[in-house]
Design a protein around this ligand. Structure first.
Ligand SMILES: [Zn+2]
Ligand SMILES: [Zn+2]
Length: 392
C-alpha cells in the first residue's frame, strides 16, 4: 500500500493480514440459512476480542453497536453471513471443510469486511458522532433473514437513519466498486403452476385433457411476456415435471420458474399477468391451472444521496481505483431491500476479481474465488461511509 492518506484506510490496511485470516476461517465453515452457528460463534468471538458489545438476534444473527462519544444519527452496516449448498471446486487451500457447502457468494468476505469496519469504528469511537449498528445477518440466500431480524426490532433503539451494504463482484477487478442509483437488484420472486387435466391411455389422447400440452402452451404464452412491460422484468420457467411412463397421459403437470422485476409496480402487474395467462391458456384445452406466487424480497432500490456518500467515501481511499456507475441493474436479488425500503440505503458492489489468480468465475459458481486484496478496501469503505453519513 503506497501513499496512504486516510486514517481509516491506514487502519484497514494494518488489519489486512487479520482480515485474510478471518475470511479464510469463515470460508472453511460454510453454513446454510439460519443454521450458521459456527459462523456466528466465530464472529462473536472476534467482537468479544475487540471489546465491541453485541446482541444476538434470532439465535444466529448478531447486531454489534458502536456508540460514538457525541450523540447523533444511527447508521446501519449490514453483512450477510450464510453460504450455499454448492460443492467447492475453487482449489483454494482454505477450502470448505463442510462437504457440499461453500461460500460461493462471498458472504465470508462480507462478514470479514464488516468485522474490520466495526473494529476501525470502535477504535475511533471517541471521535464518532452517533451510533453504528453492524448487522451480521443469516439466511440471505433462500428465505431471507433481513425481515425477521427487522421484526425483532433491530431498526429501533436507537432508530436507524440510513443503511449500507456491500456485495462482492468477482467479474469486477479488485480495487473497483460498482454502484447505481435507483434499482440495483431485482425482486427474485418465484412461482409454481399446477396444471390439472384428465389422464388416460396415450393411445386415445382425444379422451384425455393432456396437462403436458397445457404446460407447453403456457411456456409458449410466457415467451414474450417481459416485452409487455415498460420497465425491465424477466420470467424463466426452470422445471417442468409430469408423467411416469411413455404411454400414459398424466392427470397433472407442474411448472416452476422465477419472475423478477426492478420495481414493485411492475412486479405485481407481472404476477397478475402470469396468473391470467396460465389460467386462460390452460382453459383453451379444458385443463385447469392453479398459480402459486411465492413473493420473496422486494427489489433493492438505492437512494441517490446515500450513493453519493459511498462515492465520496471511495474517492477518499487511495486503494479504490475506479467507481464504476452501472447502467443496468442485476436481475438477481438481495434481501437488503427490506432495510432500504424502511430507510435510505446504498448497496454497492466490491470488485474481488483478478484473472491472474483465477478469480474470474461468477457468484454461486463452485469455482468462485476472490482476491483477498479487496478485504481492507471493503472494510475501509464501509467504515468511511458510516463516518461520512454520521457527519452529514
Ligand atoms: Zn448469492
Ligand atoms: Zn450473496
Amino acid at each position: 500500500m503506497k501513499n496512504v492518506k486516510n486514517l481509516i484506510e491506514q487502519k484497514a490496511f494494518d488489519m489486512a493480514e487479520e482480515l485474510r485470516e478471518i475470511r479464510h476461517s469463515l470460508h472453511k465453515i460454510p453454513e446454510l440459512e439460519f443454521d450458521v452457528f459456527k459462523t456466528s460463534e466465530f464472529i462473536k468471538s472476534k467482537l468479544g476480542e475487540y471489546g465491541i458489545p453485541y446482541k444476538i438476534v434470532l439465535k444466529t444473527g448478531i447486531v454489534a453497536e458502536i456508540n460514538g462519544e457525541k450523540s447523533g444519527k444511527t447508521a446501519l452496516l449490514r453483512a450477510d453471513i450464510d453460504a450455499l449448498p454448492v460443492q467447492e471446486e475453487s482449489g483454494v487451500e482454505f477450502t470448505s471443510e463442510h462437504d457440499g457447502l461453500m461460500h460461493a457468494c462471498g458472504h465470508d468476505i462480507h462478514a470479514a469486511c464488516l468485522l474490520g469496519a466495526a473494529k476501525i469504528l470502535y477504535d475511533m469511537r471517541n471521535e464518532l458522532r452517533g451510533t453504528v449498528k453492524c448487522v451480521f445477518q443469516p439466511a440471505e440466500e433462500g428465505d431471507g433473514g433481513a425481515l425477521p431480524m427487522i421484526e425483532e426490532g433491530i431498526m429501533e433503539n436507537p432508530h436507524v437513519d440510513g443503511a449500507f451494504a456491500l456485495h462482492v463482484e468477482p467479474l469486477e477487478e479488485v480495487g473497483n466498486i460498482q454502484i447505481k442509483d435507483g434499482s440495483i437488484m431485482a425482486s427474485p420472486d418465484d412461482f409454481e403452476i399446477i396444471i390439472t387435466g384428465v389422464g388416460g391411455h396415450g393411445a386415445v389422447p382425444e379422451k384425455c385433457v393432456n396437462p403436458v400440452t397445457a404446460g407447453a402452451m403456457i411456456i409458449d404464452a410466457y415467451k414474450n411476456i417481459a416485452s409487455e412491460f415498460e420497465n425491465p422484468c424477466v420470467v424463466t420457467i426452470c422445471t417442468f415435471n409430469a408423467g411416469t411412463c411413455r404411454n400414459v397421459v398424466p392427470d397433472t403437470a407442474v411448472l416452476t420458474g422465477t419472475a423478477r422485476s426492478l420495481d414493485n409496480k411492475t412486479r405485481f402487474a407481472l404476477r397478475d399477468r402470469l396468473i391470467e395467462l396460465a389460467e386462460t391458456t390452460a382453459e383453451k384445452i379444458g385443463a385447469k391451472a392453479e398459480f402459486r406466487f411465492n413473493q420473496l424480497f422486494p427489489p433493492v432500490v438505492n437512494n441517490a444521496d446515500m450513493n453519493r456518500i459511498v462515492i465520496e467515501s471511495a474517492k477518499k481511499l487511495d486503494s479504490v481505483k475506479n467507481v464504476v456507475i452501472l447502467e443496468k441493474a442485476s436481475m438477481t436479488g438481495d434481501d437488503f431491500s427490506y432495510f432500504s425500503e424502511l430507510v435510505p440505503g446504498s448497496y454497492f458492489k466490491l470488485g474481488v476479481g483478478n484473472k491472474e489468480i483465477g478469480a474470474c468465475y461468477p457468484l454461486h459458481s463452485p469455482k468462485f474465488k476472490a482476491d483477498d486484496g479487496a478485504l481492507p478496501i471493503g472494510a475501509a469503505i464501509m467504515a468511511q461511509a458510516a463516518v461520512e453519513f454520521l457527519n452529514k
